[in-house]
Every structure is written in structure tokens, then in C-alpha cells.
Write a protein that binds this ligand. Structure first.
Ligand code: NOJ
Ligand code: CA
Length: 677
């Protein structure tokens, strides 16, 4: 019996209502049978899909289709001309990451559509149905009546079956991805970047996002009416938001569906919907920590530009190298080391030269000094948004980096949204969006150019993460959210920020958050809204294979007992478990270091004091461990000087024990579980 005849047999019981006169819908379910997708047509031949889980509707019939700038839309008068299903179950290895092995287990349903009138265009919608959600995308073959597609808008809808609470940030505003999350009713979403995370009225959690954003513009969503969201593609520099030639596909539109917040994070759907590694060997890339000539610039004490307060001087960089070498930190970031920062570089990167150090940064001497001390520098390429200017320097820039022993380059695109400078070969200038089609391709060109020199990329002001690190595994991290730097400035990240982003931004993949400011002070001595223990917890809670210890060596010297956790914590993992959490309130994550026996745990809360309790059953049964605990002091509080109050203590534990940790207001806790030999 085919999958389709099997599902046809149970179809009547679970039918999701489609408008009268609809074609009998096509149906398929996840491997465990609990997630069901149905696709059908209404009386006007408009296509819709619906998703249910455990017999309850999640997405009610939602439209599919496209608007074009030059030809009729794809919407009405469609017929289903074919369908296929296939099962897939494979486990693959991540070169680095939060899990070493990932199981990719889904049932695929492909449905062929054809217009019965007009242009007679054909396309396929492919659904991959997982136990923890659904991804679907459109595939268009090259065809006579659509050799070029000028896409004005994608008409994909997401009509949620219930209202709920949504965590979302606004799309298309000047500050790109760097907004705090709103918490509103689902029915009160405006225009939102994805991921949007939703707790439906019945408690089911759903994260709406996209996977494999390649040669297409990023999808935001806007509420249309009721609980319905619709795709809103990022603009391009021209009329169409996306331009395609020949055969083309969209990214996967993804819905992770889980019983609770932890389930959203534990899903591998995003990575699984991307293509395997197409670059090859990644053994040269070693996940690891870095310090850097950075926080003093973010605090306004040093400058990127040349002058009396220049940060990346020989003397400063040597001091950071010495500190890194002494503390076993493998890398040192240098920013403001190159020509181009003098004057107004914001949105203005035409002077940036990534092979030309300034006078007081002796690149050859510092490379030799670092090498002697067993440390590598991380180069910084701040484009100021002049992305074409950057492409013109790819070879010189990455050769310079490789010649000086760098393994990682941090890039930046500091300019307002819609202000990326693109200049085509013929000299024509355009303004592009960070999340647009052209940038989706530019950032992949960066990864590919860097890979030739065995350089990994950490992009700031990037396009959103969509799991492309599976395909381009040297694109190891990105920013794409308000990170630590906001804690220097006025309008600091609130205590709930990290508990928000774990279940939203972090679903995109690694974030270069730059934790670890143990001095808890930003510009002008202003207080960061965190306890000291929480800064340590972030090393476990916020994942990136390149992790900064963002404070200065001088400040760390004042906090050496706490700094020990930063020194000890791993940056590459065999396993990750979210032990508990509620979006925006708290989360506890345990991770096992790759290739080792040590577990690390981080818990962060929000502005309220709370207690988290969890079983230690992730530890290997029958083994004895010492838990090295870094927790908030009993009187710790992010609102007072007591934010530094921390208790460091040790306790013998086994897998049979459980642990209770009290999180102070704005607090957190970090634990290292060391195996007793
Ligand atoms: C913003 C980045 O997030 C930050 O890390 C960097 O130092 C500045 N831009 C300058 O490039
Ligand atoms: Ca909260």
C-alpha cells in the first residue's frame, strides 16, 4: 500500500475543512504519524496547505502563490497534476556544532501544480514532514512561459488555528536585525522578522522561520487578519524583490512544532533542510575562544581610527596576546588595524583596505609574536556596507589574513537597512538590503572566497541564519541580534534578553554574542543589567564555535576566580540538552564537550528571582563527577552592586542526583561537571 493510499484511508477522520467544491486534498504525515500536512484546491483552483499535530489543527488552510512585477500572478486556476512521497532517514556528522550527530528523518510529499488557464505554468511544492515540524518550498522548472521570474511578492500564508503569545521583532526598520523582541498576542503581530516564536493558546510551541536562504530574499511575515501571517519578502534594489532565471526554488518555509519551548531549541529541522557540506575538509577549523581589542572601543575609550586613543596598536595587541597565551585562549581579535577607519566609516566603507595595516599596527611583527606564543589573531573586515568594494578585495584580503596566520575573520556591514552599496561590473550603483537576494549571494561569496584560504567567517550585521553552516561550514557564526555591545550603551539589553533569544534568534544558529563582561560595566561606568554569574552562564546558553571573552585583560585580572570558568568551558559539543525553559523567562542548557567526558551547564533567568531544579540524568550512569558551581550569591541582584555577588563551590554528584539553583534577579548559574577518574 502506498503512503498516499494509507493516508487516504484515514483521511475522513482527520480532514481539515477546505472551502466547498475543493479537490480531495492530498495528505501525508510525519514518520511518527503525528504531524499531518494536507494540500488541496478550492473551487477557484487556489492552492492551500494545512498542518495538524496530534489531531489538532496548527495551520488552517493557507494560500500558496506568487505575484510578479511583469506577468499575471500565480494564484487561481491551478490543478494538481501529480504527487509523490518518499521516506528518508539518515544520520550525518557535523564538523563542529552543538551535536556531533544529527538524524534527518522525514517523509517527503511533492505535489505538482499546473495552471489550467493563462500561461499554463507548472511548479512543484515539496513538503518535508518531520516529527518536530514541517518545511516546504516551491520548485519551478525552467519553462517557456517563465524563463525569467520577476517576483513582486510571495503569497505564502500561515493561518494559525489558534491565537497565542508571539515573540517577534519588527522587520525592515533602519537598525536591521538589532531590535528587542516584542511579546504580544499572535493576532497583534505587525511586520516581523523570522524566526517568530509562538506559544499557541493550547500550549503548543511553534517557530516560524526559513531554511537554506540562498539566492532569494529573506522572508519577513506580516499579519493580514485574525491569526494569519503572510510572507513579505525583503526588497531588492530594483522593482522585483527576487529575480530568477531558468529553474529556481525558494528557501524552505519552516514550522518547528513542539510541546514546549525546549522542544523548539532541540529541533534539527533547520540544519536538516540544508544541503550537505559542499566545501570539503574542515579539519583546519578549531572551535575556540578569543579575547580582543574591542570592549574599550565599544565603551568609547579607544578608537578604531588612528590617533591618540587608537586601540589596535602594537603595544595593546601584544598585551592581549600575552593575556591570551597565559590563559590558554587561542585567539585575539583585532579591530581598527587597517586603513579606512579615519573619518566617517559608518555606511561608508570605500576607504577600507584589508591588506593595509595602519602605521602603529605592525602586522608581520604581531603575527610572529602571536605565533611564538601559540596564539592566532582574528582579522576584522568592516565593510561599512560597501559590499562590492569588499568583493573587489577578496583575494588580497584573505591572502593577507592567511599569510598572517589567521583562522577566523570577523566581517561587518555597519550601515542602515537598505543602504548596502552594490556596484556592478559596468559601474552601475545600487542600494541593497542586508536581508535581500543580492546579500544572500554576497555572503556566500564571502564564505567561498575565505574557504580558499582556509579562513572561517563570523559575520556581523549579516543576513539572518537559515542553517547554511551545514553547506558552507566555514561560515561559523554571525551576529544578527543585539549582542553584548548594547550593554555598553544607553538602552541596555534587559535581563530577559537572553531567555528571549535562546528560543528565537538562536534557532537560526550560532551567534557571536560576545559574552563575559565580568566587570559588568559599559561606557561611562554604566552598570550592565546582569549578575556576574549570568555572564558565565552565557558561555553555555548562547552557542557559537567562536566565543569571545569580551572584557579587557585588566578587568579580568580583577575577576580571576570567575574567569576560570571561561577558561575551562568547551566550545564544541557532542550533545546539547535543553533541560527546561520558558521563552523570555528562563532556560537551562547542558552540553557535553566534544570528544570528552565533561559536561557544562548554564542557566539564565530574567528580572525576577527564581529557582530552577533539574535531574542530572544526562551524566553517565555509574560515574562520579565533581560539580564546580558558579552561582549567584544569596543577595545578588542586577540592580545593585551586589550583581557581583557570586558563590563558587564544589559538590560531588552522580547521574542519580538532581540540582536546584537559585537565580537572582538578572541572574544565572554556570556549572562544570568534571569526571572523577
Ligand atoms: C558592530 C559590530 O557588532 C561590532 O562588533 C564591531 O566592533 C563594530 N560594528 C565595528 O565594526
Ligand atoms: Ca520575562
Amino acid at each position: 500500500m502506498t503512503v498516499l493510499s494509507r493516508i487516504a484511508a484515514v483521511f475522513a477522520a482527520l480532514l481539515i475543512a477546505l472551502p466547498a467544491a475543493a479537490q480531495v486534498p492530498v495528505r501525508a504525515s510525519s514518520p511518527d504519524g503525528l504531524v499531518v500536512v494536507e494540500v488541496g484546491l478550492d473551487g477557484d483552483g487556489r492552492a492551500a496547505y494545512a498542518v495538524s499535530r496530534k489531531g489538532k489543527p496548527i495551520i488552517t488552510p493557507s494560500r500558496l502563490g506568487f505575484l510578479f512585477t511583469d506577468v499575471a500572478k500565480i494564484d487561481r486556476s491551478l490543478a494538481i497534476t501529480g504527487q509523490e512521497t518518499r521516506d528518508f532517514d539518515q544520520t550525518w556528522q557535523q564538523p563542529w556544532g552543538e551535536w556531533s550527530k544529527i538524524r534527518n528523518h522525514y517523509r517527503e510529499l511533492k505535489i505538482q501544480f499546473k495552471e489550467t488557464k493563462g500561461l499554463g505554468r507548472v511548479f512543484t511544492v515539496t513538503f518535508r514532514i518531520y516529527d518536530d515540524g514541517v518545511g516546504f518550498r516551491y520548485d519551478f522548472p525552467d519553462q517557456l512561459n517563465m524563463h525569467h521570474a520577476n517576483i513582486a511578492e510571495e503569497l505564502t500564508e500561515f493561518a494559525f488555528a489558534q491565537d497565542g503569545t508571539a515573540w517577534w521583532k519588527p522587520a525592515f526598520l533602519w537598525n536591521r536585525e538589532e531590535y528587542l523582541y516584542n511579546k504580544t498576542a499572535l493576532s497583534a503581530i505587525g511586520t516581523a522578522d523570522t524566526p517568530v516564536s509562538i506559544k499557541l493558546a493550547d500550549g503548543t510551541h511553534v517557530a516560524l522561520h526559513e531554511a537554506a536562504l540562498v539566492d532569494y530574499s529573506g522572508m519577513a511575515v506580516a499579519r493580514t487578519e485574525g491569526n494569519t501571517l503572510r510572507a513579505q519578502l525583503t526588497p531588492g534594489a530594483g522593482g522585483p524583490k527576487v529575480v530568477k532565471h531558468g529553474a529556481w526554488t525558494t528557501p524552505w518555509r519552516t514550522l518547528i512544532i513542539a510541546d514546549n519551548a525546549a522542544g523548539l531549541y532541540m529541533s534539527h529541522l533547520m540544519l536538516n533542510l540544508n544541503e550537505p557540506n559542499k566545501l570539503g575538509d574542515m579539519s583546519w577549523f578549531k572551535p575556540g575562544k578569543f579575547v580582543g581589542v574591542w570592549w574599550n572601543m565599544i565603551k568609547g575609550e579607544w578608537t578604531w581610527a588612528r590617533g591618540p586613543r587608537h586601540g589596535a596598536t602594537n603595544e595593546h595587541v601584544k598585551r592581549y596576546i600575552d593575556f591570551a597565551a597565559a590563559q590558554g585562549i587561542p585567539q585575539v581579535l583585532v579591530e581598527g588595524w587597517n586603513v579606512g577607519w579615519d573619518g566617517d566609516w559608518f555606511g561608508n566603507g570605500w576607504d577600507m583596505d584589508f591588506a593595509k595595516p595602519v602605521e602603529d599596527f605592525d602586522a608581520d611583527m604581531l603575527a610572529a609574536y602571536a605565533k611564538k606564543k601559540g596564539v592566532r589573531l582574528i582579522g576584522h573586515h568592516e565593510t561599512g556596507g560597501a559590499a562590492s568594494h569588499y568583493e573587489n578585495q577578496f583575494d588580497t584580503a584573505f591572502k593577507f589574513a592567511a599569510d598572517h596566520g589567521y583562522m577566523v575573520v570577523k566581517t561587518g556591514y555597519v550601515t542602515d537597512a537598505g543602504q548596502i552599496e552594490r556596484v556592478d561590473a559596468d559601474g552601475t550603483k545600487y542600494r541593497e538590503w542586508h536581508e535581500g537576494q543580492w546579500m544572500s549571494n554576497h555572503l556566500i561569496r564571502v564564505a567561498e572566497a575565505a574557504y580558499k584560504y582556509r579562513i572561517a567567517i563570523d559575520s556581523h550585521e549579516p543576513i539572518k541564519g537559515t542553517g547554511l553552516q551545514r553547506t558552507w561550514p566555514n561560515w561559523v557564526a554571525r551576529e544578527g541580534m543585539r549582542g553584548m555591545e548594547y550593554n555598553s550603551w544607553a538602552g541596555k539589553n534587559p535581563p530577559e534578553h537572553e531567555a528571549n533569544i535562546v528560543f528565537t534568534r538562536m534557532l537560526e544558529g550560532p551567534m557571536d554574542f560576545t559574552p563575559g563582561v565580568l566587570s559588568l560595566t559599559g561606557e561611562n561606568g554604566s552598570a550592565i543589567l546582569s549578575t556576574e554569574a549570568k555572564q558565565l552562564a552565557l558561555y553555555v546558553v548562547i552557542y557559537s564555535p567562536v566565543v569571545m571573552a569580551a572584557d579587557t585583560p585588566e578587568n579580568y585580572a580583577q575577576h580571576m576566580p570567575a574567569f576560570k570558568f571561561i577558561r575551562d568551558v568547551a566550545t564544541d559539543w557532542d550533545e546539547t540538552r535543553v533541560l527546561n525553559g520558558e521563552i523570555g523567562d528562563y532556560v537551562t542548557i547542558a552540553r557535553k564537550e566534544r570528544g570528552g567526558q565533561t559536561w557544562f551547564l548554564g542557566a539564565v533567568g530574567d528580572e525576577q528571582a527564581r529557582t530552577v531544579a533539574f535531574a542530572l540524568d544526562f551524566l553517565t550512569p555509574g560515574k562520579r563527577y565533581v560539580a564546580e558551581i558558579y552561582r549567584d550569591g544569596d543577595d545578588a541582584d542586577y540592580r545593585t552592586e551586589k550583581r557581583h555577588a557570586m558563590v563558587i563551590e564544589q559538590r560531588p554528584v552522580t547521574a542519580k542526583d538532581s540540582m536546584t539553583l537559585r537565580l537572582a534577579p538578572g541572574g544565572g548559574a554556570a556549572v562544570r561537571f568534571r569526571l572523577v577518574k
